[in-house]
Design a protein around this ligand. Structure first.
Ligand SMILES: NC(=O)c1ccc[n+]([C@@H]2O[C@H](COP(=O)([O-])OP(=O)(O)OC[C@H]3O[C@@H](n4cnc5c(N)ncnc54)[C@H](OP(=O)(O)O)[C@@H]3O)[C@@H](O)[C@H]2O)c1
Length: 342
């Protein structure tokens, strides 16, 4: 197979850095160009020093005329919200696109406006497929445009989807999720800068996080979802990782074994979801594309824990997993990244 020719828009940030790390080692990928804004003109390895020895590419400004971006099969967008919205509609018709931002995740224009203060890009919105690989594989295989899920949404949906699909839920679903500081991107801000967070722990955006409608929308596609969702986000004093604790009440009593069977069956074809004993741990998923999940029950109460690396399964890794499917490759190609210990 000839190599997939790739453009990366926004390669100088954290998501772009991970796209480069994964794609430079991917056997079927060839990066044609990579853009940056303030870092345009610098070599990739002067910004991402972990990539020394792997590339001679330099960051360039995004081309003004996107209708002629050369021989590119797929473009990845790792830009702040509100940018891909204007860029993807201007790509040549033959170019596929995978957007890591929230620009195309929400189908309802009013809800999108409420959470992102942006207008939909127009008709192109209906051509986007939601890129949670494990629950949307068949649609992703034939998609031209992918709205890659948010990091919190990925950790939450992978934990919650099997319960919704089971049809056994009563009462509300509570998702209590925590993220590391790289979730806020590479530019420090007063309230998100790591020195402020590394010895601290706090909650933010109660009932208003932009991943709420995304999770609700996809759960309604996965199963018969009519529960109330309470979703809460917190800042963890770590650089990478998301941990979600998800609480449910079921209509019948379930044993741990019942739950384990339910999840194992749901994820039987999913290499990147690992069922674990006890608690998942951010340590064992960081730098990998894995989502570790554990399940626990007490009568009709169920708690499910999940852990991912926000920049890999929560962003660049899942984006490449989706690219693999869009180009007829095994979804694990270039993604069997073994974690580190410790
Ligand atoms: N961080 C995560 O855990 C995570 C997870 C899932 C999804 N996402 C989403 O992925 C996207 C990228 O996130 P990130 O964490 O990688 O952000 P980031 O570290 O802040 O990087 C942003 C990138 O966009 C470029 N950029 C910024 N302003 C620009 C402008 N005005 N015009 C053109 N390029 C501009 C930056 O280039 P310069 O640095 O050269 O200016 C950089 O390459 C966001 O939409 C985010 O919500 C992030």
């Amino acid at each position: 197979m000839s190599k997939i020719k790739i453009a990366i828009f926004g390669g100088s940030g954290y998501g772009g850095s991970e796209l480069l790390r994964i794609l430079l080692a991917h056997p079927n990928a060839e990066i044609v160009f990579v853009t940056a804004n303030e870092h345009a003109g610098k070599t990739v390895t002067s910004v991402h020093k972990n990539l020394r020895g792997f590339t001679d590419l330099a960051f360039q400004k995004a081309p003004e005329d996107l209708s002629d971006i050369g021989d590119v099969d797929v473009a990845f967008f790792a830009l702040p919200h509100g940018q891909a919205l204007h860029l993807i509609p201007r790509l040549p018709g033959k170019v596929k696109a995978i957007d890591l931002s929230g620009d195309f995740r929400i189908d309802d224009a009013e809800i999108f406006k409420k959470y992102y203060a942006l207008e939909h890009a127009g008709d192109i919105q209906s051509k986007f497929v939601y890129g949670l690989t494990e629950t949307n594989r068949e649609a992703i295989k034939t998609a031209k445009y992918i709205a890659n899920p948010g990091c919190f949404a990925t950790a939450s949906l992978l934990a919650v989807a099997p319960m919704v699909k089971s049809g056994l839920l009563t009462g509300q679903i509570v998702v209590d999720a925590k993220t590391g500081s790289s979730g806020s991107g590479i530019k420090p801000a007063a309230n998100t800068h790591h020195p402020q967070r590394m010895t601290s722990f706090y909650a933010y955006k109660p009932f208003s996080h932009q991943h709420v409608p995304e999770i609700q929308q996809h759960l309604a596609q996965v199963g018969n979802f009519d529960q109330k969702l309470v979703f809460m986000t917190h800042s963890l004093p770590v650089a990478r990782g998301i941990f979600a604790s998800c609480y449910f009440e079921t209509s019948v009593e379930l044993t741990n074994e019942d739950l384990a069977n339910l999840y194992q069956h749901f994820y039987e074809d999913s290499f990147f979801v690992r069922m674990v004993e006890g608690s998942p741990d951010i340590n064992w998923v960081k730098t990998t594309n894995f989502c570790d999940i554990s399940v626990h029950s007490s009568g009709r109460n169920v708690v499910v824990f999940s852990a991912i690396d926000n920049l890999v399964k929560g962003a660049a890794g899942q984006a490449v997993q989706n690219m693999n499917l869009m180009f007829g490759l095994d979804e694990t190609t270039g993604l069997k990244l073994v974690g580190t210990n410790p």
